[in-house]
Design a protein around this ligand. Sequence first.
Ligand code: NAG
Length: 332
Amino acid sequence: MSSSSCRGFATMAIRLALVAVVTAGLGCCFLAPQAPAGAPRGLSAPTLGAQMPEAETDGFASGWAPLLSLGAALGMLFGLAVQPAKAITAEQFSQLTYNQVRGSGLANRCPTVESNGSEVPVKSGSRLINVCFEPKSFAVEFETDKGKEFATTKLTTRQTYSLAFVEGSLDPNPITFKEQDGMDFAATTVKLPDGQYVPFLFTVKELVAKGEGSSFKPGFTWGGEFSVPSYRTGGFLDPKARGMYLGYDQAVALPAMQADGKGGQEDLFKETNKVFDLGKGAIEMEVNKVNQELGEIGGVFVSKQPSDTDMGAKAPRTILLKGIFYGKVVNA
Ligand SMILES: *[C@@H]1O[C@H](CO)[C@@H](O)[C@H](O)[C@H]1NC(C)=O
């Protein structure tokens, strides 16, 4: 990330009036949850294969050759692992085959935008398509003696946490995007430093994002609220086979609800009475690159949303996500 987008993050965090600790807690530039593969596996494998035999056939003493080639191979692997993620534009994405994308982590990445021109105008009845949200950091709010703080987390979900091909209507003055369709939710789990797992449904469902003006240009800020559906659906059965519309009403071998009406009954009730919680989230975005010719916009986002509630059994945690987004404006 360039330092300018870092600054973008910081100011956005302030604009959102998120706790001041956010910046301190997360650092300015987020740490990639899992270093994305430097290059798609399908692309890098042949390179690796082509170089390894060469290293082995070098004119070194036979005793050293295996060690050296191992070293070379490790060096190469390490080199690949720490290589910064290459930026891939939507056009380049569209030219990759299934096998080049498969297993590479690329399907989880948002396209980048190559600057061209100074603004992308929005006309009445336009659409924003191929919208992508790729979180780069995940933080969870928790209570301390000093108040609320955000803990950085470790991502435990594999490379399947981005939202992609989201689309909706787009109108100018003020620019208003109404989310309608796409891969707009991704079940994600992060792990807190104390080992606690926090599942949440990363989403922008029914997002209505607004920003002043009638064109996207670098520095343009917009945002709005979205709905957060339950992490689990009604058919989910808990470990005691209790569910919302399926399964048992009460856990077998647990004291029945009516037993005494005293301690522990409330927790038991919450576990037993499954509900499909609907939450609200908010997102702020800042455009930092536009491509006038292709109608593409790209930038950074900060989003805040509730976590899973285990179908009503637990209080939701607040998740703070920071990342990058992409979208393409198509005028009718
Ligand atoms: C935008 O792209 C078009 C087509 O590639 C090119 O002709 C034009 O010079 C570019 N404009 C800028 C400002 O880079």
